[in-house]
Design a protein around this ligand. Structure first.
Ligand code: SAM
Length: 260
């Protein structure tokens, strides 16, 4: 772990890290893995682990993920999490990070995750939320995310607005898990291990603002021929102005650890 800044110490992420440090992960499934970012976090935080399988409906990022975890006990498969190609009770831990709002049918995926988890095994879920006390810079990041989700939907890519805390709690509640532990954090757990921790302390850091504006502009460029382009353009102008004024930092998140 890096030397923690004062804000990081009180963010809530340290408590999550400490709790993960008590868990032996065993054979772990990461759903909606993209480039396996959450696998890296779990490798650094769990007490120990056996192996990982990361699945994603899209093959797009899996080659990069395979290269990143070469010669480690990690495998990546293209698979729709709504209908997994695994036997019942075949994992000791199942997890999903920042992917719930990308799912067309989150309930179906959570049922599948529970099916493949062995009795007594751990379910770990982390996801940003949109409500509660969020600072102006966090609200900016939420609004930019909502816009990204809207543009993706126009492009036929399932992507939904950031959920509220109650929506996330209801989803977990629908799974009938036991020993449900809920943590709230203003920062990602992965930030505890980041060399640039200090930079993120300042939401108005030039690199952060430039990064957000570049993300908006890149996506807008892809929509040039879309009938809704003019509306999206106006919204992008407003978001660019807002991010320059408030800066941006990721929304707070809920982190669930529960047992089957
Ligand atoms: C924001 S990314 C995940 C980020 C990553 N887990 C992390 O923590 O950094 C969301 C991913 O969910 C994947 N996804 C969406 N629907 C899916 C489904 N039905 N089954 C598996 N993966 C899915 C998308 O392809 C995308 O790569």
């Amino acid at each position: 772990m890096q030397k923690l800044t004062a804000a990081m110490k009180i963010s809530g992420s340290v408590e999550i890290c400490q709790r993960l440090g008590e868990i032996s992960g065993g054979k772990i499934l990461d759903v909606g893995t993209e480039q396996g970012e959450f696998i890296s976090t779990l490798m650094k935080t769990l007490k120990d682990y056996g192996s990982f399988i990361g699945i994603d409906i899209s093959e797009e990022d899996l080659e990069k993920a395979r290269a990143k975890f070469r010669e480690m006990p990690v495998e990546f498969k293209t698979m729709n999490a709504e209908k997994m190609d695994f036997h019942d009770d075949s994992f000791d831990t199942v997890c999903i990070s920042h992917s719930i709002h990308h799912l067309e049918n989150p309930e179906k995926v959570l049922i599948e995750m529970k099916r493949v988890l062995r009795p007594g095994g751990y379910l770990i879920l982390q996801e940003s939320f949109s409500d509660g006390e969020q600072s102006e810079d966090k609200l900016t990041s939420i609004l930019i995310h909502h816009w990204h989700a809207k543009v993706d939907s126009f492009r036929g890519i399932p992507h939904f607005e950031t959920l509220s805390r109650n929506q996330l709690r209801d989803l977990i509640g629908s799974m009938n898990m036991s020993n449900i532990e809920v943590f709230e954090s203003k920062r990602y757990v992965k930030c505890l291990f980041c060399d640039d921790m200090k930079q993120c302390e300042n939401p108005k850091d030039k690199d952060i603002i430039d990064f957000e504006i570049k993300g908006i502009d890149n996506l807008l460029e892809k929509m040039k021929d879309h009938p809704k382009y003019e509306d999206l353009f106006q919204e992008a102008v407003a978001l660019r102005e807002r991010v320059k004024e408030t800066g941006s930092s990721p929304a707070s998140l809920l982190f669930f650890i529960c047992r089957k």
